[in-house]
Design a protein. Structure first.
Length: 202
């Protein structure tokens, strides 16, 4: 039996204000405080506006900062169990030169497309993700109940935590650990009863 501490204490506070400054101008601002005990803390702001110079035209924009601390599976004392991308067994399906390795002599066909189980260990040196983003958009409403919008997004993430599990090009072959074969006893019993009838002509 094994045990691990999977507890992560998080405290957060959030405040927001929306101010209709003018009849055609609205401003909003917010701030968020996050503290992940024993890992990191951050204050992240957000600001935005919406301006309608004409009844048929609206301009909007936002600026936002983000924060995400590593979770226990990424930085703690545990790991993450997963199945890697399907691939041929490098020993039992080693002859991959042909068009179809399942029909190549020397290969075990059922081992030419297997999902390998693995354990992803945590990264002790991971830093918190921090992001900055802004948007700018235009809304046009030429007639009532019909509008067209055009928005631009820009997002930058620093120290982004990416798991190899989610990488389509991830190759688990260099990290394979093959178990020791366990001898198996196999017995086969067959019986055959034959009856022969000899015909003699006199």
């Amino acid at each position: 039996m094994c045990s691990s501490d999977l507890t992560q204490n998080i405290a957060a506070g959030y405040g927001e204000i929306v101010a209709p400054v003018l009849k055609n101008l609205e401003l909003d601002a917010s701030v968020r405080y996050d503290k992940v005990m024993g890992i990191d803390k951050a204050v992240t702001p957000k600001a935005g506006f919406k301006w309608s110079p004409l009844s048929q035209v609206t301009v909007r924009g936002t600026y936002t900062e983000g924060f995400r601390a590593p979770n226990p599976a990424e930085i703690g004392n545990t790991g993450n169990y997963f199945f890697a991308n399907s691939q041929p067994d490098p020993v039992l399906c080693a002859n991959t030169g042909g068009a179809d390795p399942t029909t190549t002599p020397g290969n075990f066909p059922q081992q030419c497309n297997v999902s390998i189980a693995g354990v992803q260990t945590p990264g002790k040196g991971l830093k918190s993700e921090k992001s900055k983003s802004y948007t700018f958009g235009l809304i046009l409403e030429p007639v009532r109940n019909m509008n067209v919008s055009l928005d631009y997004y820009h997002i930058r993430i620093d120290n982004q935590i990416i798991s190899a599990i989610n990488d389509p090009a991830y190759d688990a072959t260099p990290f394979l650990v093959r178990g020791v074969p366990i001898p198996q006893r196999s017995e086969e019993h067959t019986s055959e009863l034959q009856s022969r009838l000899h015909l003699v002509c006199r």
